[in-house]
Design a protein around this ligand. Structure first.
Ligand SMILES: [Zn+2]
Length: 205
């Protein structure tokens, strides 16, 4: 079923939702809402149809001279912004992702930095919980780049909590996933955290 057909089938269902909420779907402001809502929902979930590995296919090989075998230097990309949809309330949650990985010393494989944000986007555009999204991003990088280690940190604000008054507006949820050397070597995580502290800017969330 293509997007057009999906939207056409969602349209009457969403119209009924509006009715059940006590609205008049025929009033001026709402006439086109079921269609717009359907298209928005399809955008929020378009990551369901994308394999994140697609984005990690493009890899680069570093020269041996450029990358010593025993290096544990990390590639770090911080503040990758995302918006996702909480699967419990279908409310948005948004924030930033920080990723660091240590390229495999033998293979010396790295990826384009922009590809990491595409991977984040692929997982964000699904119905999600923050904890799972964090693990999925780490797994995708771990499986495809086979780095010596990877760490993913996600900071997010959940509108289902903000809107329902469960949490203060300024509260952020923080989740972490570690693989490889980031599990075993706490120094590496300390380095990563120290860098983030320097850069941390919660106004970006
Ligand atoms: Zn929620």
């Amino acid at each position: 079923m293509d997007k057009h057909e999906q939207a056409a089938r969602l349209n009457p269902l969403l119209r009924e939702v509006l009715e059940l909420l006590g609205e008049d779907p025929d009033r001026e402001g709402l006439r086109k809402t079921p269609q717009r809502w359907a298209e928005a929902l399809l955008t929020y979930t378009e990551g369901n149809h994308i394999d994140p590995q697609e984005h990690l296919k493009v890899i680069f090989q570093l020269d041996e001279d450029d990358y010593p075998q025993d290096s544990d230097d990390m590639v770090l990309v911080d503040n990758i912004e995302f918006t996702s949809t909480c699967e419990h309330h279908l409310a948005p949650f948004r924030g930033v992702v920080h990723i660091a990985y240590i390229p495999n010393a033998k293979k010396r494989v790295i990826t384009g930095l922009s590809k990491l944000s595409r991977v984040v986007e692929t997982f964000a555009r699904r119905l999600q919980v923050q904890e799972r999204m964090t693990q999925q991003i780490a797994n995708a990088i771990d499986e495809h780049l086979k780095p010596l280690g990877v760490i993913v940190v996600v900071q997010a604000m959940h509108y289902c909590m903000v809107a329902r008054g469960v949490q203060q507006r300024s509260s952020l949820s923080l989740t972490t996933a570690r693989r490889g050397l980031f599990h075993s070597n706490q120094n590496l995580e300390a380095k990563f955290q120290a860098y983030l502290k320097l850069r941390m800017d919660s106004s970006k969330v």
